[in-house]
Structure formats: C-alpha cells, structure tokens
Design a protein around this ligand. Structure first.
Ligand SMILES: [Zn+2]
Length: 434
C-alpha cells in the first residue's frame, strides 16, 4: 500500500467513526402504560385469545414463531408367559422403529383434506413430532420394552371379556409415567386365533397420558400374495392408529361427528370410497376411520398445539426444549406481529426497526435469552406473562437507542415480567382519568 492510499484509508475510517451516532443499550426496569382505543376494540374482537385454538395455528410465513414440539414416547410389547402372541424382541424393536418413522412421516407431511369435496382448507405444517425416549435410570435402555404376561397380552374390543378400557396393564408396566407417553401394544388372545369372527384390524384407545395399540402384530404380519410375491398390505395401518390415538391424547375428537372444528365436516365415516352415496368420497382425516388418516386441518393442529402448551398433564409429555438457549432460534420481528397464544421459545426475540410485537399470553424464554428492542422497534405487552419455565433466569428487556431513535416498550393490560435478571415493574398510568 502506498503512503497516499494508507492516508486515504485512515481518513475514511476516521470519517466513518465521526459520522456514526452513538448507540446505547440498556435493560428497562419500568414500563409505562399506553392508552389506545384501537387496542380495546382489538381485544373485543379477540375474546379470550390465549384459550382460542385458532390462535395456535402455525403461521406459514413465520414458522420460527412456532418451535417444533417433541412428544416423548416409549413402547411396551406384551406377550403371553411363553413370549408368544406378539412381536419377538428382534422384530418388535425393528417394527416399532419403522412404525415411529412412518407416524412421524405423516406428521411431517400433512395432506390436503378430501372433504368437503372442493375444499380449499389450507395444508399447514403440524409443528410437532415424537421422540423415542429411553429411561435414563435403566442402563442401555432404548425405550422399547417387552413383557411376558398371560393376563395382559391380549385385548378384546367386544363381548363380555372386553378389556380395552382396562388400565391395569399401564399401572403394572408403565415406565416414566406422566413424563413419557407410553404406548402399550397388545394383540389377540391365542385361543381366539382361527376363530371366524376375528379379523386382524389394528385399533387403539387413548387414555390421559398413554395409549393402547391393538392387533398391530397381526396387522403388520398380515400377508397377501401379489404376483406370486408375499406382501404386507396392512403394515402401515398401525402408524396411522398411533397418530389417531395421540391426537385423542392431545384433545382431538372424532371428526365425522361434531368435534368443535369448522374445517372438519360431519360425514358418514366411510372406511373407503365406493363411488356410490354415501361413500362417493372417503375422508382422509386423521381423526376418522379410514386407511389414509394423513390430513390434519388448521383447527385440529391449533387444538393439539394449544393443549400441548396449556394443559400441564400433556405438557409434561414434551421435551422441555425451551430450557436451553439456542442462538440459531433467535426470532427477529420486522413487521407488525401479534402473539395471541402461549409460546415456549428457544432463543432471543429481537424487534427490529419498523417491527412491532404485541404479546397477549404467556411466553417462556430460556435462561440467557433477552428481548431486544432496536431503534424504531416496538414491544407492547397486553396481558403478557414472560417467564422462565426451568427455575432459571432470562436476561430481561433490552432497549437500544441510536441518536434520537429509541426502541419503544409499553404495556396496555396488566402484564408480568417474571424470572428476569433485570427486573421490570409496570408503572401505573400517571394521569388516571376516565
Ligand atoms: Zn378414536
């Protein structure tokens, strides 16, 4: 570099520094109330936002505002005293992994609804999945268990020996009860094999924190010869069962009836399409009875996600991903965004210039996370509760000022900032006049 070039470079650097206005960052310790008529009108419109499942429906333009929820699962295969009547250890381990993979696949790839005919129901991502979860107190555990028990290896869904609602099998064999969703896999009583009334049709039943799967072994092993080759046409039905039952655990009802969702029409619940009324078109919704069960409507997704967030019993079945700060999960707000649902987040929230974030429900932040309001950005707390769910502290609300421009933080309805290193108080409105 010549002396002249060096001189010019130094000059440019000096000029750049002298023109730059000073940036100032500070954690807020008090927040003032705003009066805004449009906010009370908006609240009237919203009703009780935190309890409205439609507010939990993922927004495809901002999927990062909806971190994926992981439901912990384990599997129990129950066999008779001799180890018969259900999967062997080798095939059971293999099949449960396949089943889980297939069930997760359906959650990953939502399908368009068949009903009502001509519908334009959006096909949204589900934002939840399953995670096979071993018990850390059992050495070498993989989360798939085998139990031999003459009294509990079979399930009867009909008749006087009906036992499908019997909870004893879970009481006896459940592992990490209440913390992991237990899947109990039973099959047919060996005395009933060969009976003309038995059909290998996989089924299931949902309880509060666990499910039963029935006849999965028979269904997975059901064979048909096609072109001289052995095939297993029903093998992929049990994963659909699992998704259906876990749908029940997380509040979903059968969708051919009234289920509280406007986007799941009532219908005849035909197993498959026959081309003739009333089964011209069969449903493919996960909460109907059909072999496809791969479509979830926005209302159904919203219900599952709201239940996962708000119902403490169901929330215990999730991996607490929101306890660990992940820098790459930082949410940047650069538009006018309203959060009218509870959220469990894994990163910082940064409100950029021109962005406005309104928070109306509970938001959990991991230790070390901060909310940063940059110059020209705005945060409005309207009934918000920002907290840490892991017995730790998040940082607090940091406001950046640059020259005359500052980040803005206000509240409207009473809000709470809990568990933050930099404590914040809500200042009462100064001039209270009605
Ligand atoms: Zn059902």
């Amino acid at each position: 570099m010549s002396f002249k070039a060096f001189f010019v470079t130094i000059l440019v650097i000096l000029l750049a520094f002298s023109c730059k206005t000073k940036k100032n960052a500070k954690f807020v310790n008090s927040i003032q109330k705003v009066e805004d008529r449009s906010l009370s009108a908006r609240l009237q419109e919203l009703g009780d936002p935190c309890r409205d499942p439609m507010n939990y429906v993922p927004d495809p333009d901002h999927l990062d505002h909806f971190p994926i929820k992981y439901i912990k699962v384990n599997f129990h295969i129950i066999r008779d005293n001799e180890g018969k009547g259900n999967f062997s250890e080798v095939e059971g381990t293999k099949y449960m992994n396949q089943l889980l993979w297939s069930a997760q696949g359906s959650l990953k790839k939502n399908r368009k609804m068949n009903l009502p005919v001509g519908n334009d129901t959006p096909v949204l991502p589900l934002r939840y999945t399953y995670k096979l979860t071993p018990d850390p107190s059992i050495p070498g555990d993989d989360g798939i268990y085998f139990h031999n028990d003459d009294d509990h290896y079979y399930v009867n869904i009909k008749g006087k020996n009906r036992n499908n609602y019997d909870k004893k099998v879970f009481e006896k064999y459940g592992i990490q009860k209440g913390k992991v969703l237990n899947v109990i896999v039973q099959d047919i009583h060996l005395d009933s094999i060969g009976s003309k009334t038995f059909k290998a049709s996989s089924n299931g039943i949902a309880f509060s924190t666990w499910v039963k799967g029935g006849y999965w072994y028979h269904t997975a092993n059901y064979t048909e010869i096609v072109d001289g080759k052995k095939t297993y046409p029903l093998k992929w039905i049990p994963p659909k069962n699992l998704n259906h039952e876990i749908g029940h655990v997380f509040s979903l009802k059968h969708s051919w009836r009234r289920d509280g969702c406007d986007d799941t029409p009532m219908h005849e619940n035909c197993w498959s399409a026959t081309g003739k009324p009333p089964c011209e078109v069969a449903s493919n919704n996960v909460m109907d009875y059909n072999p496809y069960r791969s479509a979830y409507t926005p209302c159904q997704i919203g219900n599952v996600l709201m239940t996962a967030s708000r119902n403490p019993t169901k929330r215990n079945l999730l991996i607490k991903r929101w306890c660990k700060l992940r820098e790459n999960k930082t949410i940047r707000i650069s538009e006018d965004i309203e959060w009218n649902a509870c959220k469990e987040l894994e990163g910082h929230i940064i409100i950029e210039k021109g962005g406005k974030l309104t928070i109306r429900c509970k938001v959990a932040l991991p230790a070390g996370a901060r909310i940063e309001v940059q110059p020209g950005g705005e945060l409005l707390l309207d009934g918000a509760e920002i907290y840490n769910d892991c017995g730790e502290k998040w940082e607090g609300i940091k406001v950046i000022t640059e020259g005359d421009l500052s980040g803005k933080v206000n509240y409207y309805r009473a809000s709470k900032i809990l568990n933050s290193k930099n404590a914040v108080v809500m200042e009462e409105e100064m001039n209270q006049k009605s």
